[in-house]
Write a protein that binds this ligand. Structure first.
Ligand code: ADP
Length: 267
């Protein structure tokens, strides 16, 4: 059994981060099917006794779709406005899909700074634990109105997800992106890129791979994902990078049908 499969089978408390590429089509429109597919997988896991927190990007694409405007990420204020519009649309989609199974969702808009403040961290923690106790799925996104880190391509949701996994003491952190995992070079630019399935040494990995180039709608690229994994490694929490565009990817990874990149840490 692969280390990824074993981690997914053994984990009870799981944080799942869904990337903007997964939530939107290549032309920047929303992908409702993707939301539906993620929710279905979460339902299966919840029925198996797992507890899930979602960290979801994609508000910008939902906003652009809602008012039928193009995504103009370079114009930061305009993009913040799109995110404010799209956050509602995105939550409506999650509510609709989770609602089919009778599950309630809750929205938490956070910033990286919130995790640097002791009082705020305590409030976040208490709210999360209460929601989970009530069987509700918390859906976290960066508060794009007060922070522009995610918009300005720093990939803050990767980081927010890692902070959340740390705060909640999750058993594992899953990042769903539009690639199968970390490759030795960008798979979008190189057909012969090779997937790295298990990482135990992040500095060693960074020396071996080329992480240049990135997709048009994604933020942060692969680097913030690797740094998120490094952050959680300190707490012994594994990070799994899987392709959110592969149907049922988490369930398939759990049964060993598909692979990804797992970041593991020797105690
Ligand atoms: P998301 O929106 O899902 O957070 P990002 O676009 O921020 O995703 O980051 C993932 C992207 O990183 C991939 O689509 C890929 O183009 C790029 N990338 C660059 N180098 C690598 C590499 N060595 N391995 C995997 N992906 C890479």
């Amino acid at each position: 059994m692969s280390a990824i499969t074993e981690t997914l089978q053994d984990s009870r408390k799981i944080v799942i981060k869904v990337g903007s590429n997964v939530m939107s089509t290549p032309d920047g429109h929303i992908d409702r099917e993707a939301v539906g597919s993620i929710v279905e997988q979460i339902n299966v896991m919840v029925n198996d006794g797992k507890q899930i927190i979602v960290v979801s990007s994609g508000a910008g694409a939902f906003g652009a779709g809602a008012i039928n405007k193009l995504v103009r990420r370079k114009d930061v204020h305009y993009y913040q406005a799109l995110c404010a519009i799209g956050q509602v649309e995105m939550m409506m989609a999650y509510k609709e899909f989770f609602g089919r199974n009778g599950t309630h969702v809750a929205q938490l808009l956070l910033t990286r700074d919130d995790f640097a403040n002791e009082d705020r961290t305590l409030h976040i923690r208490n709210t999360l634990f209460t929601l989970i106790d009530e069987g509700i799925v918390p859906i976290i996104n960066e508060n794009d109105t007060v922070s522009v880190d995610e918009i300005k391509s720093i990939g803050d949701n990767d980081t927010l997800g890692a902070f959340t996994a740390q705060l909640w003491n999750a058993d594992c952190y899953i990042i769903l992106s539009d690639i199968d995992g970390v490759f030795d070079k960008n798979p979008k630019d190189h057909d012969d890129a090779e997937l790295i399935e298990e990482v135990y040494d992040i500095d060693g990995l960074l020396q071996e791979i080329d992480i240049s180039g990135k997709s048009s709608f994604g933020t942060g690229g692969i680097h913030t994902k690797i740094e998120a994994a490094r952050h959680l490694g300190v707490y012994g929490i594994p990070t799994l990078l899987l392709n959110g565009e592969t149907k049922d990817v988490i369930l398939k990874a759990r049964s060993g049908e598909v692979s990804g990149t797992g970041f593991f840490f020797n105690d």
